[in-house]
Design a binder for this molecule. Structure first.
Ligand code: SF4
Length: 204
C-alpha cells in the first residue's frame, strides 16, 4: 500500500504538466484523481467539468455531491475508493473527448490502473464506457453487462450529471449501485452488507 501511495504520487508529479494534446493549454487545473491509491473499486468518468477544472479534483460540484451521497448509501466514501476521469484536462464547453485526446491521455489512466490494481472498475456514463470498451451500445444495454477491461471486471452505470438532468434515471442507477456494492464486497473479501433496497434512492 505504501508503495502504491508513493508510486501514484510520483506518477502524478511526472505528468501534471502534460501538454500532449491541446487541452493542456486550456486547463486551469490538471485533474489527476482522488481517493485510495490501493482501492479495490475505481470509478471512471469521461473528463473534468467546470468545477473540476477550477478545483483540480474529479467529481466535485453538484454531480460530485450526488456521487458522494450514493457512495455513502453503499457505505463508502471517496477516500475508500478511487475516482478519476479518462481525460485529465477539461474539454471546452464540456464537449465529448476527441479520439486524438483519448489516444494521448488513456495511457495515463492505464498506468493509474496498473499502480492501483483495482478489482472492480465502474465506468460512469456512456462516453467513458464506450471509450474504454470500444463499443457503440446504449447505456441502458451496457449497464446490464459485465465486462472485462484488460483483466479487471468492469461495470457501467449512469454518470451522476445525467441523473441530475434526468431524475427518472435515479431508480435504475440505485439498482446498479446496489449490485456494485455487493460485487465490490465479494471481490474485496468483505462480508455481505445489509440490504438497503427498501430505503429508496439516495438521490431522492
Ligand atoms: S488531456 Fe491528457 S494528454 Fe491532453 S494535455 Fe491533459 S493530461 Fe495531457
Amino acid at each position: 500500500m505504501k508503495d502504491q501511495v508513493t508510486a501514484l504520487a510520483a506518477f502524478e508529479e511526472e505528468i501534471q504538466s502534460c501538454q500532449h494534446c491541446a487541452l493542456g493549454a486550456m486547463r486551469t487545473r490538471f485533474v489527476f484523481g482522488v481517493g485510495d491509491p490501493g482501492a479495490d473499486l475505481v470509478f471512471v468518468g469521461e473528463a473534468p467539468g467546470l468545477e473540476e477544472d477550477r478545483q483540480g479534483e474529479p467529481f466535485v460540484g453538484r454531480a460530485g455531491k450526488l456521487l458522494d451521497r450514493i457512495l455513502a448509501a453503499i457505505e463508502l466514501s471517496r477516500q475508500q475508493v478511487y475516482i478519476c476521469n479518462i481525460l485529465k484536462c477539461r474539454p471546452p464547453d464540456n464537449r465529448d473527448p476527441l479520439a486524438s485526446e483519448v489516444e494521448q491521455c488513456l495511457p495515463y489512466l492505464k498506468e493509474q490502473f496498473r499502480i492501483i490494481k483495482p478489482k472492480l472498475i465502474v465506468a460512469l456514463g456512456r462516453v467513458a464506457a464506450k471509450t474504454l470498451l470500444g463499443v457503440e451500445e446504449s447505456l441502458k444495454n451496457m449497464r446490464q453487462q459485465v465486462y472485462n477491461y484488460e483483466g479487471v471486471e468492469m461495470r457501467v452505470t449512469y454518470h451522476t450529471a445525467a441523473l441530475l438532468r434526468n431524475p427518472r434515471l435515479k431508480a435504475a442507477a440505485w439498482e446498479d449501485f446496489q449490485i456494485i456494492r455487493d460485487r465490490y464486497r465479494e471481490l474485496a473479501g468483505l462480508p455481505p452488507e445489509r440490504k438497503q433496497e427498501q430505503a429508496g434512492s439516495p438521490g431522492e
